[in-house]
Ligand binder design. Structure first.
Ligand SMILES: Nc1nc2c(ncn2[C@@H]2O[C@H](COP(=O)(O)OP(=O)(O)OP(=O)(O)O)[C@@H](O)[C@H]2O)c(=O)[nH]1
Ligand SMILES: [Mg+2]
Length: 357
């Protein structure tokens, strides 16, 4: 369920809903119906208007839907109000993304980051759900008081867990820095871009690796490194990273800071764009906004339009066109990477040559 109007038009809202549908599918759900409503802004109490909510209740009953998923982050009170009306579980976009991340996390770092994000998302909502229940039961002061105490206890426990997780992440980051020191004598290149753009496929191709690439969102959660092949014995290490997505929950971005550090510290970023997507330019903008947030200067970013083997793929004039699947354009990309590193003044040692002083 999405809302459009003042800030985005109908076509864009449809695209966002398509993406939400893919996210739900990736999370293991099956979409039985979708709906959009035009209004200047989401209703502060129920996200959609009264009439639309009635329609939603009826549709959910008729289709026996187990969940109703909203395309924006719902406030704790919106969730509470919607839960009262709807005969199904109420989820929002961050919920779905968090559950995908939780099922994808493999390394200790990724699991810690995901748990941190989940708890930070949960904390303010815990209050809402609890008071909501107390009100619903019509319970007097006695009941609410009992719930209140337990709630405080739960919240304290969660806060303590959050502190522990943050400490753990710091420790992981320290050991990562130790590992990174080994990379001091090589140039580093990170592949970044919207989720599903083809970063992992390109990474495998450039480094002759066999990482997990899949036509699903967020296939990759951990940064991985390998030597870039085919640059005349130059010592360049490439890393694959977690994909970007619009409307990413803030808590998630914050807890993935240590993974994103990878991006901040790379000598060069190759921004991979899916040239075959009708949303290519929109996705490019979202990724550029994330990079700007991370403080990455534009000259450190090399754009590469991928999936150009697909019919209908469009590469803007003057941009690098590649296909990670057929290998087309990759010699060009390798040369551009090396040339850009050199023009940025990055030392790119030749392997086997004695280190320069
Ligand atoms: N036709 C075609 N398909 C591609 C190309 N590159 C990647 N794909 C496909 O696009 C899908 C996503 O590729 P991934 O490499 O997993 O994308 P990613 O950017 O790593 O995605 P996340 O890890 O989810 O952020 C896979 O089904 C790939 O096979 C390409 O050049 N041409
Ligand atoms: Mg990937």
């Amino acid at each position: 369920m999405g809302v459009y109007g003042k800030t985005i038009g109908r076509a864009e809202a449809e695209d966002h809903l398509d993406e939400l549908e893919r996210l739900v599918d990736t999370a293991g759900g099956v979409v039985v119906a979708r709906a959009l409503q035009e209004r200047s802004s989401p209703d502060s109490a129920t996200y959609v208007g009264k009439g639309k909510l009635k329609e939603l209740v009826e549709a959910a009953e008729a289709l026996e839907a187990g969940m109703v998923v909203f395309d924006d982050e719902l406030s704790p009170s919106q969730t509470r109000n919607l839960e009262k009306e709807l005969p199904a579980q109420v989820l929002d976009r961050p919920n779905v993304i968090l559950s995908i991340f939780a099922s994808r996390a493999r390394s200790r770092e990724a699991m810690t980051q995901v748990e941190l994000a989940r708890l930070q998302y949960l904390l303010p909502r815990l209050t809402g759900a609890q008071t909501g229940m107390a009100q619903q039961r019509g319970g007097g002061a006695f009941r609410a008081g009992g719930g209140e105490k337990k709630l405080e206890l739960d919240k304290r426990k969660i806060r303590r867990r959050i502190a522990t997780l943050k400490e753990d992440l710091e420790k992981i980051e320290t050991s990562r820095n130790v590992r990174r020191r080994h990379l001091r004598n090589v140039a580093t290149v990170s592949l970044v871009g919207y989720t599903n753009a083809g970063k992992t496929t390109l990474f495998n191709r450039l480094t002759s690796s066999k990482e997990f690439a899949e036509d699903r969102l967020f296939a990759t959660l951990d940064a991985r490194h390998a030597r870039l092949h085919g640059v005349g014995g130059r010592a360049i290490v490439v890393s694959d990273t977690v994909g970007f997505l619009r409307k990413l929950p803030h808590t998630l971005v914050a807890s993935f800071r240590s993974t994103l550090k990878e991006v901040e510290e790379a000598d060069l970023l190759v921004h991979v764009v899916d040239a075959s997507s009708p949303m290519a330019e929109d996705q490019r903008r979202v990724a550029e906004e994330v990079l700007a947030d991370l403080g990455v200067p534009t000259e450190r970013v090399l754009l590469a339009y991928n999936k150009t083997d697909r019919p209908g793929a469009i590469t803007p004039a003057g941009q690098i066109a590649i296909s990670a699947v057929t290998g087309e354009g990759l010699p060009d990309l390798r040369q551009s990477i090396l040339a850009r590193l050199l023009s940025l003044g990055v030392a790119v040692p030749i392997l086997g040559a004695p280190p320069t002083a």
